[in-house]
Ligand binder design. Sequence first.
Ligand code: AMP
Length: 218
Amino acid sequence: MRIVLVGPPGAGKGTQAAYLAKNLSIPHISTGDLFRANISQGTELGKQAKAFMDAGDLVPDEVTIAMAEDRLDQADAAEGFLLDGFPRNVNQAQALDAYLERNGISLDGVLDLEVPEAEVVKRIAGRRICRNRSAHVFHIEYKKPKVDGVCDECGGELYQRDDDTEATVRNRLEVYHRETEPIIDYYKRQDLVVTISALGPVPEVTQRAMDALRRTEE
Ligand code: AMP
């Protein structure tokens, strides 16, 4: 399956993407994770992206699209993928469509995770992420690690993202409404969108998502 995941910051895209990708045996491709990996490795790309990310702004399309296409070109994505955080504006969605068309493939569905704005801020403020490449996501209230500050999956150190502060979150939400929400209409015109509520326990949301994605296959 080829899927795009959309939703505001704090909707649980990363968490759900990890479970869904595992269930569907497809790679989870997160442009945010790719940028963060570049930053921690000190690459030129990471240096270019960091200031935009810290402010909660979008990294310029040229850089982002090239990085996403590079990742999609890798062998493990040949049979399917779950895109998390890309595309994030209509220009990126058009670039993705052009890429898919060049490769003779198409999307199976766009999963839209809905969550009320008040919940978003609460979720983001308590979010903690593993420093290791797996980038597992925890929450100090909703998904506590067994040992404070330590990843259950790999023992890595948990940290709070630089862009998870309240001021940045507010800007990321604005950017989401202005830039990213329009892609939902863009994909509705292609009849690809399934919307589910992202509220409730993580496994329930995953089940809801799996059911919704199955319906796109029918
Ligand atoms: P995320 O982990 O998806 O919340 O992304 C974190 C940050 O990385 C965003 O706030 C942006 O600054 C940047 N970013 C991730 N994906 C994209 C994208 N598709 N286009 C532009 N910037 C992005």
